[in-house]
Design a protein around this ligand. Sequence first.
Ligand SMILES: [Fe+2]
Length: 378
Amino acid sequence: MSGSLNVFSIEANHTSMAPSVAEKVEDVVNGTVASLKQESQGKEAELAPKDKGPSYPFYYPHFDVSEKFPPTEIFEFTDPGTRADPKKPHLLGPNTKTKDVSPYLGTEISGVQISELTKEGLDELALYAAERKVLLFRDQNFKDIGPEKQIEIAKHFGPIQKHPTSGNAKGYPEFHVVYRDADHDRFREYLGGDRINHTSWHSDVSYEKQTPGTTFFFILDQPESGGDTLFLSQAEAYRRLSPEFQKRLEGLRAVHSAVAQAEHSRQRGGPVRREPVETEHPVVRQHPVTGEKALYVNQGFTRRIVGYKVEESEYLLKFLYDHISKGSDFQIRATYEPGTVVVWDNRLTAHSATGDFDKAIRRHAVRLTPQAEVPIPA
Ligand SMILES: [Fe+2]
């Protein structure tokens, strides 16, 4: 573990959670550890009586330690939202119903199929996701349209990130699989120990040079209740700060690191498909379409403020993490029903899984994570 991570762990003693734990949480939530356990046994997991297995075995998390990806290269990016008609006629038709989950973020949408949207409709989806931060599409056939079509739709929003450590689908590294069932219960094993709660705020793979933008997450198996995803608006979190404090943050940069995630996977005999990177990003970023400013630090991957001494960096990051995690008035819970697809803008939000459901219950979901622009400093 690097010096910077040790430093962070010291700070974490004074906060609710150590980032190293957050990394583990993410991996466990992703199903990495669970499925490694299965692989190490070299046999199919023994399923609980009457359990027919995953509804969508194609997306069962796949790990191949020999799978390697080259370093990510910089690509040109234009956000599809820049092309969108602000009235969104190709997305929100006469049969579409929308209901805001909260004033600051989250809108539930029914009466539209993502799979049937035109290019114009997808452009409008990007804009809508930026405006509302999180969109909950109900009753989607997205999970049944097949991997090629799913990838094709997600690619409209940018090249899809291939995760360096998590479970993917065999032959389709674009899929990032989230999996837990009765035999793969390391989630509780990990978090039931020294943790009071299982909350783990992060923005996905924020260590990438070009961080994720419009992100897709579709559920395949879910508990009847629980397993929600918590989301918060980093834009509202930024707006809550005083103008003087906002001024202090603008211009600052922070290091986001993939090292702990990679080390954690390596220690468990899991894949490290791409050598881990550490990337500097602005602490306050600006959205390329809406111009909205948002905090861009998260406990999962942000390690230190560039140019600050250790205690200064810890002090500032602890304040910001406390601020966003306590902001229940700019947070929502995204709930899942069969057919739900959640689309969110990773540039303007942070999120956390909730591992509150019984360990005997299967939860299986898949993320497609298009990468967007190099973060624009505010
Ligand atoms: Fe995540």
